[in-house]
Design a binder for this molecule. Structure first.
Ligand code: SAM
Ligand code: CA
Length: 279
């Protein structure tokens, strides 16, 4: 039997831990892990491997990663912004530190210069992007809420990267439509991070596929949607999780068969699906 425990603590979109834990309660043999089998040791059945190895299985393992590989290397301004954001009532919307580190490295690996972000909140992923880009790099940052962006802005300015950011307040879709009408914008973005209203992700995808360059990458965030995608029908999900779940399921299905992109869905943060445009 597979036991699902869905823990959702906020009415907002989670940007950090996956809140689903899988506990395998039947075992093929008395040993829970290959190591246990080798040593003859039996262990509690918690967080046992269930066909995948990932962060999803253990809060303790996730904490270990943060403390070993992420926090000690987190740039000072990002730490400051994370701590300021932690005091904000909607703080579960923020990108987690390990995902911030991932985005920063990814942008350097692909030599990104011209980027877009949809969904800024206080700017943690934006700052991780701005720090990764070269001095003349650009980020078109879109959000319906400027107030939250202004919480992070002084830290972004102090970090000396605000000149890379072009923040536009308002819904993303009409602006994307304008850009799609302008041929000059076609194929102009190296990287686009989408972390806003999940019910519009497919609408974004229809437009972004023209705006990202061939070989460029779109990252769709929260594609594991609090682990709710595999919850049984009677699982006690929060209203907003249940509402957006169908949109995330639709998105995942559509991306999986979209021949214009190569994809990889990573269990970092709440899941990020990277799409590399190939045609
Ligand atoms: N990437 C952010 C970070 O690292 O902290 C988190 C973004 S938060 C999960 C989602 C954001 O999307 C919110 O700030 C919200 O205001 C914004 N948003 C929601 N609907 C939007 C829309 N239609 N257009 C632009 N932004 C939108
Ligand atoms: Ca997110």
């Amino acid at each position: 039997a597979l036991t699902y425990i869905i823990r959702c603590t906020s009415p907002f979109i989670s940007g950090s831990l996956l809140h689903t834990h899988f506990t395998h309660t039947h075992t093929k043999n008395k040993f829970n892990t290959p190591m246990a089998a080798a040593t003859g040791e039996t262990q509690p059945a918690k967080h046992q491997e269930v066909g995948h190895k990932s962060l999803l299985q253990s809060d303790a393992l996730y904490q270990y990663i943060l403390e070993t590989s992420v926090y000690p290397r987190e740039p000072k301004p990002m730490k400051e912004l994370r701590e300021v954001t932690a005091k904000h009532p909607w703080n579960l919307m923020t990108t987690s530190a390990d995902e911030g580190q991932f985005l920063n490295l990814l942008l350097k690996l692909i030599n990104a210069k011209n980027t877009m972000e949809i969904g800024v909140y206080t700017g943690y992923s934006l700052l991780s992007t701005a720090l990764a880009l070269p001095e003349d790099g650009k980020i078109l940052a879109l959000d319906i809420n400027r107030e939250n962006y202004e919480i992070g802005l002084p830290i972004i300015e102090k970090a000396g990267v605000a000149h890379k950011i072009d923040f536009r307040e308002g819904p993303a879709l009409p602006l994307l439509d304008q850009m799609v009408e302008d041929e000059k914008c076609h194929g102009s973005f190296d990287f686009i991070f989408v972390d806003a209203d999940k019910d519009n992700y497919l609408n974004y995808h229809k437009r972004l596929i023209d705006l990202v360059k061939i070989g460029g990458v779109i990252g769709y965030d929260n594609t594991l949607w609090n682990g709710s995608l595999v919850a049984p029908p009677d699982a006690p999900l929060r209203k907003y999780v249940r509402y957006y779940r169908d949109f995330v399921l639709e998105l995942n299905k559509a991306l999986a068969v979209d021949p214009r992109v190569e994809i990889c869905q990573l269990p970092v943060g709440d899941g990020i699906t990277l799409c590399r445009r190939v045609s």
